[in-house]
Design a protein around this ligand. Structure first.
Ligand SMILES: [Zn+2]
Length: 347
């Protein structure tokens, strides 16, 4: 049950039930140790000292190793290092306060759950640590290696919407993010491409920054407008178009609803399938639209009879600004989209 039974020998074991702890006194059994500088095996011991390492818990008991570690004289006369502490690479990192296997377990916990949730589950497993300890262990992990993508997707993402944006790079063949860049500047993207040669296809939105970055960083790569942004652009364009011609659509719609959909002989217009029941939000939106439409008609009816804006507001018991907003346009204005970024929290 020791981390490495070939280099450690158990000398004593003490169980403390009041603190739910097990203390294991262990000693390194290495008969020589390689110098960390010149790798010459040393055979003369200088001294030893105690080191305490937290290890994996046993049932509800926390386990600590009290480890005697030795210092050795380097036997190589030309080596600059005279005395060194033996390394125990299978047990713990040189300055660590926990064993390698405990650190690995905690790292896996932190990777899956992050700081706070990881600490909570750790406590349930009798592994006591702070959130910062867990995050420090995670940050010490080397970034995973990845091959340079052949087909690279680039897009921006918001760290804080409308304020700070970064760039995410995705390997589109492996479907994995490969890098996050701190901004969405063309130069930053170009530098990344220069440091990772071999990208053959770059799919991007049609903003200038990424086009420039791709041209400078990977001039041989083919640039492709990605499907997501093309669909998004076409959807926006069509929404604007349909809104602008909403009157015409209304007329067409009414004409269709008066037309029998299917003639007895089976030719003619294919019947429209019954639409799915509208969602709550859509019902709400439809209600508020009909309210606004009714108000628009009321206001303009009075206007055509010569009422002033002030008088209309008093008569209908609504705000003057609302009345004047409606009076700006004799045709009812559809809402094109939500007001973005507006929140009751802004004030
Ligand atoms: Zn040496």
């Amino acid at each position: 049950m020791l981390p490495d039974a070939t280099t450690l020998r158990l000398e004593a074991c003490a169980v403390d039930d009041t603190t739910a702890q097990i203390i294991l006194r262990v000693r390194s059994t290495q008969t020589s140790a390689p110098c960390p500088l010149c790798a010459t095996p040393a055979r003369r011991i200088h001294s030893d000292y105690g080191r305490t390492l937290a290890d994996l818990p046993w049932a509800q008991y926390r386990v600590h190793l009290q480890l005697r570690v030795r210092k050795w004289f380097c036997g190589n006369r030309r080596c600059r290092r005279r005395i060194f502490t033996e390394r125990l690479p299978t047990i713990a990192a040189p300055w660590a306060r926990r064993t390698l296997r405990l650190a690995q377990r905690l790292t896996a916990l932190g990777r899956a759950l992050g700081g706070n949730a990881g600490v909570q589950l750790g406590h349930a497993w009798d592994v006591v640590m702070s959130r910062n300890t867990l995050l420090r262990l995670l940050r010490r992990q080397p970034a995973p290696l990845f091959p340079t993508p052949r087909v690279l997707g680039v897009d921006d993402f918001a760290l804080r919407k409308r304020h700070t944006y970064g760039t995410v790079l995705i390997d589109l063949e492996r479907h994995q993010p490969v890098a996050l860049l701190p901004d969405r500047e063309g130069d930053t993207f170009a530098q990344w491409l220069q440091a990772h040669p071999g990208v053959e296809v770059i799919t991007r939105d049609r903003a200038k920054a990424y086009a420039d970055g791709a041209r400078h960083g990977a001039p041989q790569a083919i640039q492709v407008a990605d499907r997501f942004h093309l669909l998004q652009n076409v959807a926006e364009a069509l929404t604007q178009l349909f809104n602008r011609h909403s009157d015409a659509f209304q007329v067409v719609n009414e004409a269709i609803s008066r037309t029998p959909h299917l003639r007895p002989d089976g030719t003619g217009v294919v019947p429209v399938p019954p639409s799915a029941p509208p969602r709550h939000a859509q019902v709400q939106a439809a209600h508020s639209r009909s309210r606004r439409l009714a108000r628009h008609e009321q206001i303009w009816a009075l206007r055509r009879q010569g009422w002033t804006g002030q008088a209309i507001a008093r008569q209908l018991r609504i705000g003057k600004t609302t009345v004047f907003r409606y009076l700006r346009s004799p045709t009812f204005a559809e809402r094109t989209s939500k007001r973005r970024g507006h929140s009751m929290l802004n004030p």
